[in-house]
Ligand binder design. Structure first.
Ligand code: GAR
Length: 190
């Protein structure tokens, strides 16, 4: 079995969608979820879906090698960020070359960078009267939202859209495409 490790900080609706997609997969499975937020809704989702969950704090992530060692011990084929909000430390990036991917809820390089996540992105897209937005799936490097782009999908916006409907349209794209891209990357890399 090829294994995926998921990292999440918040609600975890993408985590749930990815877990369900691979539940019935013959060769790929989600081995566990890691979170940096002890109050995240993703914790309840993992309990319900019976997927192992690990919590870590800032120190275990970037001041010691605790999380790096945990990741190495898990031997994942792919580390998948799904609404994970901390920058990945250099030692983790270097230990997993082209093995860490992220999804961003906009068409990078627009609306990326530190502080641009979740609802803030959709509000900015709305404020700028954009005619389209979408998702970007990309490799993770040491900078926020700057790794090589793997794929982008677009959705059209109209005058009736609000930040909430924009979020809904983007989430729909995420649920549709993220698991498929994850599967493709893992299968392509043997
Ligand atoms: C998703 O829309 C994801 O693209 C975004 O956070 C949301 C998490 O939702 N990620 C970022 O903004 C990263 N910069 P979820 O917890 O319900 O999956």
């Amino acid at each position: 079995m090829k294994e995926i490790v998921l990292l999440a900080s918040g609600s975890g609706s993408n985590v749930e969608n990815i877990i369900k997609y691979f539940e019935v997969h013959p060769t790929i499975r989600v081995s566990c979820v890691l979170t940096n937020n002890a109050n995240a809704k993703v914790i309840e989702r993992c309990k319900r879906l019976q997927v192992p969950l690990f919590y870590f704090n800032r120190s275990a992530f970037s001041k010691s090698a605790t999380v790096l060692k945990l990741l190495e011990s898990l031997c994942p084929s792919l580390i998948v960020l799904a609404g994970f909000l901390w920058k990945i430390p250099e030692d983790i990036v270097l230990s997993f070359p082209n093995q860490i991917i992220n999804i961003h809820p906009a068409l990078l390089p627009k609306y990326g960078g530190k502080g641009m996540y979740g609802a803030k992105v959709h509000q900015a897209v709305y404020d700028n009267r954009e005619k389209e937005t979408g998702i970007t799936i990309h490799y993770v490097n040491e900078e926020y939202d700057e790794g090589a782009i793997i794929s982008q999908e677009k959705t059209v916006l109209n005058k009736k859209d609000t930040p909430e409907t924009i979020a809904q349209k983007v989430h729909k794209l995420e649920y549709e495409h993220y698991p498929v891209v994850i599967e493709k990357l893992i299968l392509e890399n043997g």
